[in-house]
Design a protein around this ligand. Structure first.
Ligand code: HEC
Length: 126
């Protein structure tokens, strides 16, 4: 009986930790972008980098360099598997998915969805 109680306690505690961890740090549900939406690197993706990333991801602070003109070659193919966002290091380390450079800083789910869609569509320099 005691053993059963301990087991129940341990499993509910670990469940609790597991869910807080995700609630606080990671966005769980990334919406799919509409199938007929073509994501453009220049018009959709670069502006997200310019607004959110280049304070650090420039030539001097952190790799990869995400400034306009440098970003595509800095991430494809080193960090991006064209057609497979979920297995791409770049996607896995997006702020909100797996990398939290500043406490509390994440991308919006819609921005993450665009980046995911762009990689899944072949990560073109379009
Ligand atoms: C406050 C500074 C800061 C901001 C803002 C920031 N990053 Fe980072 N990023 C870092 C640092 C420092 C590292 C390297 C250490 C680490 O992994 O935490 C890094 C690492 C990464 C990596 C992994 C690189 C590797 O070689 O493992 C990726 C991918 C990345 N950032 C993407 C982004 C994107 C995309 C944005 C904007 C949406 C962003 N980061 C915003 C500081 C930042």
């Amino acid at each position: 009986m005691k053993k059963l109680f301990r087991l129940a306690l341990v499993s509910s505690l670990s469940l609790m930790c597991f869910s807080c961890y995700y609630d606080e740090l990671y966005i769980e549900e990334i919406p799919e972008i509409p199938e007929d939406q073509i994501v453009s690197f220049q018009d959709d993706i670069q502006p997200i980098f310019t607004a959110n990333c280049i304070g650090c991801h420039n030539a001097s602070v952190a790799n990869p360099d995400l400034r306009e003109g440098n970003s595509y070659n800095a991430i494809v193919p080193e960090y991006v598997i064209a057609g497979d966002a979920e297995n791409s290091e770049f996607y896995q380390k997006l702020p909100g998915i797996g990398h939290q450079p500043d406490p509390g800083f994440t991308l919006d789910v819609d921005e993450i969805a665009l980046i995911k869609g762009w990689i899944d569509q072949g990560a073109e320099n379009n």
